[in-house]
Design a protein around this ligand. Structure first.
Ligand code: ASP
Length: 345
């Protein structure tokens, strides 16, 4: 690592910086200055670390797209001054935030690493120190040409660096809280940090500037298909005035009930011009609507395949694309494109 690297550490909240309230015993955020006091190891890197603290600090259950807009703007404003960015964020919605940011930041040439912890940084068995220290090291890492080794939006957790828009939170207790679905880790932090360089995305250009798009259209609903689903629920989610797009979480390779009323409602919503995106409930594999008659019927009714995208990433992709264009056909046509490594294509 070069001694001249500089990192901006952005603190949004989450367990990593929380402490127990002596009165009611719940975890509440504490002052960021205390995080740096808790991790003196950060001073040993030869990396300049500046910090930015959001006000108010939040439990990530309170994350709204306005936080993503603020993060994108902050990164753009400070882009030329730093080699990388580390974002401390609660784990509960970290995969949503990392996914959304990946779409909002175009031609990213520097690392943006989300991390957090399962145990607050001040407690003896915390995972927060290792997550933070390794994230800073990765955010500062350069290749032989002096380019960032990982110019992507990532999540670092429990020794694994994962592509942000492939992640899902899989455990509320284990230190390994995240899994990357359908894509290998970008790096493994053991005795040394081993980068999986063929798996890491290159920017479109190392010389062109970062472009951000902060216009997000949030008129999306997510419906998990389940046995016993009723026409009333289906119609509410798919045909409601407030939604422009619906993520249908389907079974297996993209299958759903073949009952007449079910497909009629899907056709009704498609006829209204809604964007209907098919995302599998499975943790691995892809949507392939050509495999079974029940999937084929959805495709014929106007549903678009999300391939192997995660639900978190599908949400960010739709918010972003719908924010870029008011044309739903244009949005549908872009869903099958691999924009930031979010799908295997
Ligand atoms: N509820 C917390 C949050 O997401 C959990 C965590 O940080 O891990 O903000």
């Amino acid at each position: 690592m070069k001694g001249t690297s500089s990192i901006l550490l952005i603190y949004t909240g989450g367990t990593i910086g929380m402490r127990q309230d002596p009165v009611d015993g719940t975890l509440k955020p504490f002052d960021f200055g205390q995080i740096l006091e808790e991790v003196p190891e950060l001073g040993k890197f030869g990396v300049r670390i500046d910090s930015f603290t959001f006000d108010p600090l939040i439990d990530s259950s309170d994350v709204e797209p306005s936080l993503w807009q603020s993060l994108a703007k902050l990164i753009q404003e400070r882009y030329e001054y730093y080699d990388g960015f580390v974002i401390l964020h609660g784990t509960d919605t970290m995969a949503y935030s990392a996914s959304a940011l990946s779409f909002m930041l175009d031609n990213l040439t520097k690392p943006v690493i989300f991390t957090g912890s399962q145990l607050p940084i001040g407690v003896p068995r915390t995972d927060g120190k290792e997550n933070l220290v390794s994230s800073v090291e990765i955010a500062a890492a350069k290749d032989e040409a002096g380019h960032a080794l990982v110019p992507e939006v990532c999540i670092f957790f429990d020794s694994k660096l994962l592509r942000g828009n492939r992640c899902t939170k899989v455990s509320s207790e284990d230190f390994r809280a995240f899994r990357s679905l359908g894509y290998p880790a970008l790096a493994d932090a053991g005795i040394s940090i081993k980068y999986n360089r063929p798996a890491i995305l290159e920017p479109k250009s190392w010389t062109e500037p970062l472009r951000i798009s902060t216009n997000l259209d949030t008129r999306v609903s997510i419906l998990k298909i389940h046995p016993g689903i009723t026409p009333q629920v289906m119609r509410y989610f798919l045909c409601g005035e407030g939604t422009r797009a619906v993520i249908l979480e389907t079974y297996g390779s993209g299958n759903a009930p073949s009952k007449g009323w079910f497909l009629d409602i899907v056709k009704e919503a498609a006829g209204m011009g809604k964007v209907l995106m098919n995302v599998t409930q499975c943790l691995s594999g892809t949507v392939n609507m050509d495999l079974y008659a029940t999937g084929k019927a959805l495709e014929k009714a106007g549903v678009v395949s999300g391939l192997d995208i995660t639900t978190e990433s599908a949400l960010g992709k739709l918010f972003h694309l719908m924010g870029v264009s008011p044309d739903n056909n244009w949005v549908k046509n872009r869903l099958g494109e691999n924009l930031r490594g979010e799908i295997s294509k």
